[in-house]
Design a protein around this ligand. Sequence first.
Ligand code: ATP
Ligand code: MG
Length: 342
Amino acid sequence: MSEILEIKHLFVEYYKRRKIVSALRDVCLTLKKQEILGIVGESGCGKTTLALSVLKLILPVEGEITKGEIIFHGYEMWEEKYFKNKNIITMNNNSLREIRGGGIGMIFQDPFTSFNPVLTIGEQIYESLALHRAGKDLNTYSRIHEEAINSLKRAMIASPERVMNSYPHQLSGGMLQRAMIAMAISCRPKILIADEPTTALDVTLQKEILELLKKLQQELYMSLILITHNLAIVAEICTRIVVMYAGEIIEEASSEEIFCRALHPYTIGLLGALPSLKPEAKRLSIIPGTIPDLIDLPVGCKFYPRCNRSVDSCLEEIEMKEVSKGHFVRCCRVKEKVDVFY
Ligand SMILES: Nc1ncnc2c1ncn2[C@@H]1O[C@H](COP(=O)(O)OP(=O)(O)OP(=O)(O)O)[C@@H](O)[C@H]1O
Ligand SMILES: [Mg+2]
């Protein structure tokens, strides 16, 4: 499988009361074609910032990408949308407009606040279809309408005409999330980023939405980035998992590796906090303390103050190491090329 997105040494900072919030540091990541990648980490670790950076959506008044590259390989040379400059960070506004929604679709964290409340769902889907596909494969208003209905049907909405004419406040949470998914896939993006798509929903709807995302990823040959704070959710559908902590990636491996041979103490802590229904299940473990203040970060390993396996060398800067094929860990106690440590 070849890469569709490469993030290289990405640094993002926000400004808060004249102080700098170091939201992402040295984030390196690749996404392969038609892969489902899970990004997990607790609240405030920088998951949404990473998703917004991929579309260059960090507002200049709030912060900026200070270093790094985001390379999008989604368009082939023979395609009309092919760009010579593949780095999203240095792209011009026309290319960016094409990529946002057209090349990379996004499902935002909260469906209740992500729609425009004064426009119907239909009007909002038309808008993105008109921007990306009018004059290309959709020439008439009736074709745009037909395609909007098709997208809603793909998102398993039983009464698409009614939903098209509804305002966001008239729909339930689950329905609104499906409408959001329909809007995101309507322009046939090559990558779909779903930022906590199930957080605002009750558990019965969570499974349905996850299954829907997987089905659409396969039907439309998309790559999917699923962002969540819940490891159980990524276990359901992701092939590879990236674990983030305080603005850094601390572990990356296939789902099987993460669930069977997690190496970073933080990932081990997250796995220990997963509830189990087995009769022999032990008490859930907790990770003591909280995520550090991103304005005043500790030196060396950022997890060091909460880690029960820390040693003096944790106070030095820690690099990511590949411990076995495709399994990367940022921990000074992990030895290279071994799969058991401590
Ligand atoms: N506009 C902003 N201005 C200042 N700081 C911000 C801004 N947006 C985010 N941050 C800070 O950047 C850090 C990362 O935030 P981000 O929203 O990316 O985290 P997250 O992992 O998505 O969290 P959650 O799981 O709660 O959605 C947090 O410390 C947050 O307070
Ligand atoms: Mg978030």
